[in-house]
Design a protein around this ligand. Sequence first.
Ligand code: FPP
Length: 250
Amino acid sequence: MSLEELKKQIKETGNVPQHVAIIMDGNGRWAKKRGLKRTEGHKAGVKTVQRVVRLAHPLGVKYLTLYTFSIENWKRPKSEVAYIMKLLYNTTRSELDELHKNQVKLIATGRISGIPQSSRMMLRKAIRKTANNNGLVLNLALNYGGRTEIIDAVKKLVKDVKAGIVSERRISPELFENYLYTCELPDPDLLIRTSGEMRLSNFLLWQTHYTELYITDVYWPDYTEEDFCRAIIDYQSRERRFGRLTNKSR
Ligand code: FPP
């Protein structure tokens, strides 16, 4: 099916996931396969980010979360980490006008204070500039770790309990969510992981409790608009029961 036909099918079927989260994996292997440096894989990965960001909102996706840099990624060689941070700076700078023009609202979740200053400042500028946009919410998970997020939330909650702002009796999943980095976002409906690995890698551990998973063997730099459409079409065929029985499953 052509891209246009895939898009048409998505529109006609309806029930598009409102929040899609992506683990963009396989940049290093993509580069290695071509005899290139790993950093070339990250550079090529940015092109895929552009493709998916442009496509998501017209398809009906409202929130897109991209696992851009995990807390564990600091363990990579210093030169690779520096390259990714520079890429973040350059991409944010060069894409800002286009994002703004397309009504994209950029946000970031993670321990953002741990990002090198120049990239952090550029990111802050982009977040401020796009704050009132009403198109796609593009959430970059940066210096993000699911367990760290939960610990940070627990610490904030304990503070509020101690200060008498929250009573222990009121603690519930709904209340706890307000303390997560992602408090402004609905839980992801669909989580896509590229390059075939079958794991969550510390991504959105709390939020993915009923998220539909879609794993493809394609390396992130090779991931196309058609691949993204196919993931959405697959999602549209799923029956989400959230632990209940439905007419179909009875
Ligand atoms: C995973 O591939 C990718 C990353 C850790 C970094 C993702 C970053 C980008 C796509 C570029 C920056 C994006 C923005 C939005 C500015 P990997 O290196 O783990 O690949 P491998 O598993 O094959 O080694």
